[in-house]
Design a protein around this ligand. Structure first.
Ligand SMILES: NC(=O)c1ccc[n+]([C@@H]2O[C@H](COP(=O)([O-])OP(=O)(O)OC[C@H]3O[C@@H](n4cnc5c(N)ncnc54)[C@H](O)[C@@H]3O)[C@@H](O)[C@H]2O)c1
Length: 370
């Protein structure tokens, strides 16, 4: 396989990230098939043609089904709003394409189950947009935990906060609609859940409370629309490895821009990380003299793979888009039959089960098994 034909559906925030990744993956990693940017779909022919020109795609359409029917497309990036993921991914798999689909996997659990079944039946590779597990820092933290650097992990704490919905005057849009899911749980919660899955395995039970800070928002017509999603969630977790956990999510958190703060507490130390400082982590290990105990900050460097593929100098830092390039490379490795670090639809379904258990817990007001 010297080339691979790429289709891209949606060209907003994530669509551009996928396009950058498809353009960069070969220059960065120097291996695998060369992506050939074949077909791009958007909601109007004009927008599709403009984005195809900007991103370097050969042709464009305002009908995503035309893209999926294109025999030269071998892998499809689905970067549309949540409500479209299931239909588009299942159609792509049925047409024999590999699928790289943004998170959350789907809105309804039944749709996520149908996606996982379609992936199994197709024998094609699937990957979800859980980019944060691709950070060389997170990979290294996993190695450290595996080596016992902080002993036995007994408690984990995750906070994911941003402020893009903090302003009560921010307009109603698709993330305020129930068709996008529960809100903070499946918009944000899935990211810490992907980190928990990557670092520790599964979750056995949950206890959740969801909150809606603003009941309505300005609609497009000068009036106001009732908000249908919960922007805030607080969750207690019990992990399958026996550790306890806390997950706090807030899309209305003034001042927080891209916070995914993680603390991992063990019997011999603690590891702390925050996505807003994604090129460093803090390690406290109980070793040496007590008089010098304290957290030390470790900056990423070429030794933290695959940082070296981007920059030979330590401490210069990677960004969000680099995580997408690494994710794209992992997907291509999986397509070549190599071991890869991706969350396919099978593992993604486990994350969806946890999200829906949290929503059930909120409504029932009690702990719920995942
Ligand atoms: N992995 C991450 O860190 C991350 C971050 C942000 C968003 N996301 C996910 O990415 C997805 C898209 O979010 P976004 O912020 O890019 O949204 P967006 O609104 O910026 O972009 C969505 C794009 O899809 C297009 N679109 C909608 N319906 C379409 C259709 N039927 N055919 C073709 N194109 C269509 C829209 O015109 C728009 O350009 C969501 O599922 C979201 O949860 C993931």
């Amino acid at each position: 396989m010297t080339t691979i034909g790429v289709g891209l559906i949606g060209t907003g925030y994530m669509g551009k990230c996928h396009a950058l990744a498809w353009n960069a993956v070969r220059p960065v990693f120097g291996d695998g098939p060369r992506p050939r940017l074949v077909h791009l779909a958007e909601v109007t022919a004009d927008l599709a043609a403009r984005r195809a020109d900007e991103f370097g795609f050969e042709r464009s359409t305002d009908d995503w089904r035309v893209l999926i029917a294109d025999p030269e497309v071998e892998v499809v990036s689905v970067t549309t709003p949540n409500a479209f993921h299931a239909e588009m991914a299942i159609a792509a798999l049925a047409a024999g394409k590999h699928v790289w689909c943004e998170k959350p996997m789907a809105v309804a659990l039944a749709d996520a189950e149908r996606m996982a079944a379609a992936a199994r039946a197709s024998g094609r590779v699937t990957a979800l947009g859980y980019n944060y597990i691709q950070n060389p820092v997170i990979r290294h933290i996993r190695t450290l935990i595996g080596e016992g650097a902080i002993g036995e992990v007994n408690h984990v704490r995750f906070e994911m906060d941003e402020d893009f919905m903090a302003d009560p005057a921010a307009p109603f849009y698709w993330k305020s609609e129930a068709s996008s899911g529960y809100g903070a749980l499946d918009d944000f919660g899935v990211h810490p859940l992907s980190l928990i899955q990557f670092l520790f395995g599964g979750i056995s039970r949950v206890m959740a409370q969801l909150c809606m800070p603003y009941a309505d928002r300005p609609g497009g017509d000068g009036g106001r629309r009732r908000v249908e999603t919960w922007d805030i969630a607080s969750v207690l977790l019990e992990l399958t490895n026996g550790a306890s956990g806390v997950m706090a999510l807030n899309r209305s958190a003034w001042g927080r821009k891209g916070r995914i703060a993680m603390q991992v507490f063990g019997s011999r130390g603690t590891i702390a990380y925050d996505q807003e400082r994604m090129n460093e982590f803090q390690l406290y290990a109980v070793e040496g003299r007590a008089s010098e105990h304290g957290f030390r900050t470790v900056l990423t460097a070429p030794v933290h793979e695959p940082y070296d593929r981007f920059i030979p100098a330590p401490g210069h830092g990677l960004g969000f888009n680099e995580l997408k390039i690494i994710e794209c490379h992992e997907l291509l490795r999986a397509i070549r039959g190599e071991a890869a670090q991706i969350v396919g639809f099978d593992k993604g379904l486990e994350i969806e089960r946890a999200v829906h258990a949290m929503a059930r817990s909120h409504h029932a007001g009690r702990w719920v098994e995942v």
